[in-house]
Design a protein. Sequence first.
Length: 441
Amino acid sequence: MTTVSGWGRFPLVACEMLRPRSFEGVAEAVVAGSVARGNGRAYGDAAIGATRTIAMTAFDRIRSFDPATGRIRVEAGVLLSDLIDTFGPRGFLPSVVPGTRFVSVGGAIAADVHGKNHHGEGGFGRYVDSILLRTGAGETIEASREQNSDAFFATVGGMGLTGVILEATMRLRRVETGWIRERVISASDLDAAMRALEAGDSATYSVAWIDCVARGRDLGRSLIYLGEHARAGELAQGAGRFPVGKDPGIAVPIDLPSTTLNRTSIRAFNELYYRMGARRAGGERVVSLYPYFFPLDSVADWNRIYGKRGFLQHQCVIPEVRAREVLGEILERVSKRGDASFLAVLKKLSHGDGLLSFPLPGYTLALDFPVKGDILIFLDEIDRLVVAAGGRIYLAKDARQSRATFQASYPALSRFNAIRKALDPACNIRSKLSQRLFDEV
Ligand SMILES: Cc1cc2nc3c(=O)[nH]c(=O)nc-3n(C[C@H](O)[C@H](O)[C@H](O)COP(=O)(O)OP(=O)(O)OC[C@H]3O[C@@H](n4cnc5c(N)ncnc54)[C@H](O)[C@@H]3O)c2cc1C
C-alpha cells in the first residue's frame, strides 16, 4: 500500500500503486477499483483509484510525428514539458497548455484541460484526433469523432472513468518562436477586470490575476495578461528563436508551518504584486513562454507552503449573464475571510468539447484555500451560489464538492453514465472522485 494524494495533498489515501510497463500490463491492471494516474497534478482525488491506481508515466514514447502538419502520435504518459522541449525548437507547441507544463497527455485529455486561449480556441480535446483506449470491459478500441465517437466524447473530460488512454493522436500548433508578446493591463476593480477581459477577446491568450483579499472600492482589482506568439522579427537582437526551459530555480524543501500564509502575509504579497504589475501596465514586452504560461513551475513543490494538511483549489465557472453579480458576491465573501491565497485567477471560457468537460461560455475563478477551520462549510455555500447561477465546479481541481452539487451542474451526466456503462458494465474503473460523486452500484 502507498499513500497517495493529488497536488493539493488533500485527501491522503492509502491504495495499491500499479506500475505497468507494457500495454499487456495495463490490461492486467484494469481490474475492479482501478483508475489511471498521469503526473498527479489534479488537485484532489481524481487520480486515485478506489483500491488501485495505475501509474502511466512510464508510457512516454513518441510514436510518430509529421513535420508537414504537426500531427503527432504519442503514448499517454508523455508530458507536455517533453513535447515543448522536443518540438518547440522545431517550431511546434501543444495547441493548449494549462498553468503547469508537468502534466501528461492522458491527464490533459481526461480533464479536457483549458489554457489561456480557451475563449477563442477551445480546450485540449479539440486538438485530439483519436485515442487508443483500454476499456473497463477489457477491450482495446480506437476512438475518434468518426469511430466509436461516444467513447471519444466521454473520454475527453471523462476523468479517466471510461478506461485507460494508452495513446493519442493530436495536432500541435506551428509557431515561429517560443516567445510571447505580452501586454499587461491593470484593472482597479472587478468591473474593470471583466471589461478588460472582454476587450481582450480577440487576443490569442488572456488571463487575469485577481487580488482576492482587496476589499471595498478595490474589490476584484486585477492584472490582465494578454499574449500573442512573437514573430521572429520581434525578438531582441541575439535572442534565440526558442528560449531555454529552466528547471525550477528554487524548491520548497519542507512543509511550512500552517501559519506561514496568513491574512497579513497574503495582503502584503498581493499589494506588492499588484503595484509591481501596475507599473508595467500599458506597454508591451516579449517574454519567454515559460514564465508566461507556467509562472508557478519556477518553484518546485510549491504545494508545500500550505503545510502538512494541504490545500483546496476551488475553481468554478459562471455563465456570462450571471457572472458579474455572482463573482462579486463570491469575492465579497472571500475577501471578508481573508485566507484565500494569492494564486487567484479569473479567465473567460467558451464551450468544452467532452460530455463532462468543465468549460462553458462565461468566467472561471480559481482560488486556493488552506485546509483548516470551517473551509468545507464555506465552500459548500459558494457552491450553492455557483449552481444557482447555472455554473459548475472543475473536477480536476475538486476534492470536496457534494454529489448533489456535481449532479445538478453537469447536464450531460446521464448521457455520460450510459456510455460509461456500455464501456464498463461491471464498473471496474472507479476513482475516489467517482465514488464520491457518481451513483455507482
Ligand atoms: C500548478 C497547476 C496549474 C494548473 N493549471 C491548469 C489550467 O490552467 N487549466 C486546467 O485545465 N488545468 C490546470 N491544472 C490541472 C491539471 O492540468 C489537470 O489536473 C491535469 O489533468 C493533470 O494531468 P496529470 O497528467 O497530472 O493527470 P493526473 O492528475 O494524474 O490525473 C488527472 C485525471 O486524468 C486521468 N488520467 C490520467 N492519465 C490517464 C490516462 N492515461 N488514461 C485515462 N485517464 C487518465 C486520471 O484518472 C484523473 O482523473 C493545473 C494544475 C496545477 C498543479
